[in-house]
Design a protein around this ligand. Structure first.
Ligand SMILES: Nc1ncnc2c1ncn2[C@@H]1O[C@H](COP(=O)(O)OP(=O)(O)OP(=O)(O)O)[C@@H](O)[C@H]1O
Ligand code: SF4
Ligand SMILES: [Mg+2]
Length: 438
């Protein structure tokens, strides 16, 4: 068993059986072939999109677990890998305590009965040539479940469970005759047909009108209560997840960065990324208008992820180097400028033709001068050397790089316990690092 599992703290290595579904150090990378020219002349090796990168967590029996995070952070890939619609690159997946990472053939078919998916798009995911009856019954025929009569009865039963009544009338409809909400319910009925014990719903309401969203979500809530189903809901919409989930996990660039009870994640987010996400949802945070946390920069490329905490190039709380007396906001601005200087991607306002150091500082909102004299000297030298394309630019950039280091870019951080049933992956919460932070 990988030794980091206990450090991650989500699934004790000896007890994935404590969860209905669990993963340990799960990875799903999508390889990208480098072109011949890049390989031969630039010496580049094949790279990979690190869509899911070392995710360890568990979903308890009967629990509704929500997964949130910006577009492209790996939510769908994690969900599809768990239910084995995608093959994992590394790590383990457990279901009812049994490892299902590499199962094939009959075992995989049996797992697929237990773990079902409800797709995002009710328009695309239903075969328009099938009447509702045939579409919902198809999985029962494929898996050869029960007698003809039992399959027939099951179709009407699950249509009713999904709120499609009278079921006999809906059974005869074609998808084109149904509204978006009704089609999503047909998708739910089909997923229920095989009597799964685990349901994954990927953005289940995002394609629906606001007016019908609530009623479809009610179906999920009822299923949760009546069947005690274990479920994984994937959504951008934190207010939706708060409504239907027991716990929420927040993903950033292929990793889980915070996990905890839904109300606590929304009302008292602890990870700086979760705080930013929550602050951007005015409906669930009434103070959001005043306190919205603006993140700097774009989400980095999942092919080339930042060292250490993957959020550090954007984090408003990124830890300043101990050797200098930076104000927090001052350091955030300096760190952003430093990354662009080192990447040779310095930016200035669009209307500036011949940039001066002041233009650069203004663009990055870096105070002039910095509070710390030594820091000011290092930064000012690097900016002017780069702008003037001075021979000494390489040296001054190297000095800047080695002096302006944040602990957030060191290897790690680990996922640590931050309360009852709560975990976060941030150096600010890692007690073993407190000495290094002060
Ligand atoms: N089949 C694939 N081949 C290559 N890259 C992929 C593939 N599927 C997903 N990716 C990449 O993996 C990363 C994670 O994608 P994923 O769809 O899991 O994100 P997501 O969090 O579900 O995003 P969204 O909220 O937009 O649905 C993205 O960079 C995406 O481009
Ligand atoms: S480790 Fe540092 S950069 Fe990452 S979230 Fe925590 S404070 Fe921000
Ligand atoms: Mg997705």
């Amino acid at each position: 068993m990988p030794e980091l599992a206990s450090e991650a703290g989500l699934v004790e290595p000896e007890q994935p059986s404590a969860y209905k579904v669990a993963t340990e150090h799960l990875q799903k990378h999508f390889p990208m072939k480098s072109g011949v020219i890049s390989r031969i002349f630039r010496g580049e090796s094949d790279k990979a999109v690190r869509a899911v990168d070392d995710v360890t967590f568990g979903i308890k029996e009967g629990e509704a677990f929500g997964l949130a995070g910006e577009s492209g952070c790996g939510k769908t890939t994690l969900g599809k890998t768990i239910i084995r619609l995608l093959d994992p690159t590394a790590g383990s997946i457990y279901f009812d305590g049994e490892e299902v990472t590499d199962i094939e053939g009959k075992q995989l078919k049996a797992y697929r009965r237990e773990a079902q998916i409800i797709h995002q798009d009710p328009y695309q995911s239903i075969n328009p040539r099938f009447r509702v009856y045939r579409w919902v019954r198809e999985p029962l025929d494929v898996h050869k479940i029960g007698t003809e009569e039992e399959r027939d009865a099951r179709v009407y039963e699950v249509l009713e469970m999904a709120g499609l009544e009278p079921a006999s009338e809906y059974a005869q409809e074609y998808p084109t005759e149904l509204s978006g909400g009704e089609r999503q319910r047909v998708g739910i009925a089909r997923a229920l047909a095989l009597g799964p014990s685990f349901l994954m719903a990927d953005e289940p309401a995002s394609m629906l009108d606001v007016s019908i969203r609530a009623s479809v979500l009610e179906v999920f809530k009822n299923l949760q209560h009546e069947l005690g189903m274990t479920s994984l809901y994937i959504s951008h919409d934190l207010s939706l997840l708060k409504h239907i989930c027991d716990r929420i996990g927040i993903m950033y660039l292929g990793q889980l960065v915070e996990v905890g009870p839904a109300a606590q994640i929304i009302n008292d987010p602890q990870h700086p990324y979760t705080q930013a996400l929550v602050s951007s949802v005015p409906r669930i945070d009434p103070t959001a208008d005043r306190n919205q946390i603006q993140l700097v920069g774009e989400v980095p490329d999942p092919v080339d992820v930042p060292q250490g905490c993957r959020f550090h190039p954007r984090c408003p709380k990124v830890v300043p180097p101990r050797e200098f007396s930076f104000e927090q906001a001052e350091w955030r601005a300096v760190a952003s400028l430093k990354y662009d200087l080192l990447k040779n991607e310095l930016q200035v306002a669009e209307d500036v033709e011949e940039p001066t150091p002041d233009d650069v500082r203004e663009f990055y909102e870096v105070p002039n001068p910095l509070t710390d004299e030594r820091a000011e000297k290092l930064l000012a030298q690097a900016i002017s050397d780069v702008i003037e394309d001075d021979d000494t630019a390489t040296d001054s950039l190297e000095r800047l790089e080695s002096a302006f280091q944040t602990i957030c870019a060191d290897p790690g951080p680990n996922m640590v316990d931050i309360g009852v049933d709560r975990r976060a992956m941030c150096v600010l919460h890692d007690e073993t690092l407190q000495g290094e932070l002060s």
